[in-house]
Ligand binder design. Structure first.
Ligand code: SAH
Length: 223
């Protein structure tokens, strides 16, 4: 990430980000790399100006088109789950949204591929990530439920939108030993789920982590 842009933000947001990290620690996020990345990522850049002052609250915030920027706790938790399975080289994200989680992931992996179905959201995210100087991110306007077969396999796949059932195309695009972190379920009740591919077999281990509340994974694209 370009230092210039970060220096321009000033001490106020640096201090509020540190407060956010303290809250995440209390909520049980403990991975040092995750806390370090959250403390350095300017979440306010990913919000419209009118909401930027709320960027370091631990809550989901609206980004337009009926979508939300994920709660920092959830971004931290998902990233921690990925890192607890090793250092990922290549990550696929489904649901770019504002691009905030993309920015976090781009600091823990060599390459991030991210798919968004709503074109204007993708365009905004592209602009923000470019401004911040990220060069290891590839964005695509498509239905992420099908994954990104040309770029597969992935060491980790993370979804910011909840399908009713785990899409087969996603688990099939995992590298040997790779993991999928995804909220699964419908109507208020979803479970954050980790699916791990066992070696290079077609067998998977599934583990439910906790109850969560995400926007639904929607089929097709919007221009
Ligand atoms: N991590 C993002 C979360 C955005 S909310 C952030 O922090 O900003 C989830 C996003 O998933 C929304 O932008 C929504 O449009 C997108 N989405 C939902 N279904 C999708 C699909 N099938 N393919 C790609 N993106 C999808």
């Amino acid at each position: 990430m370009s230092n210039l842009k970060l220096q321009g933000i000033g001490m106020t947001s640096q201090r509020t980000r540190e407060r956010l990290v303290d809250r995440l620690l209390k909520q049980g996020v403990s991975h040092p790399k995750v806390l370090d990345v959250i403390s350095r990522t300017p979440r306010h850049i990913f919000l419209d100006e009118a909401l930027a002052h709320r960027a370091y609250e631990d809550s989901a915030l609206p980004i337009g088109y009926n979508q939300t920027l994920s709660q920092p706790y959830i971004v931290a938790r998902m990233t921690e789950l990925i890192l607890s399975h090793g250092k990922p080289k290549k990550i696929l994200e489904v649901g770019t949204g504002s691009g905030y989680q993309t920015a976090v992931l781009a600091q823990v992996a060599s390459l991030v591929y991210s798919i968004e179905r709503i074109k204007p959201l993708q365009e905004k995210a592209r602009q923000r990530l470019r401004e911040l100087g990220f060069r290891n991110v590839q964005l695509r306007h498509a239905d992420g439920g099908f994954g990104w077969s040309q770029a597969a396999p992935f060491d980790a796949i993370v979804s910011a939108a909840a399908p009713r059932e785990i899409p087969k195309q996603l688990t099939q695009q995992l590298a040997p030993g790779g993991i999928l972190v995804i909220p699964v379920g419908s109507g208020g009740k979803q479970s954050l789920t980790v699916v791990k591919r066992i070696g290079d077999t077609e067998n998977y281990d599934t583990q439910v982590i906790e109850d969560v509340c995400f926007v639904p994974l929607v089929a097709g694209i919007e221009r």
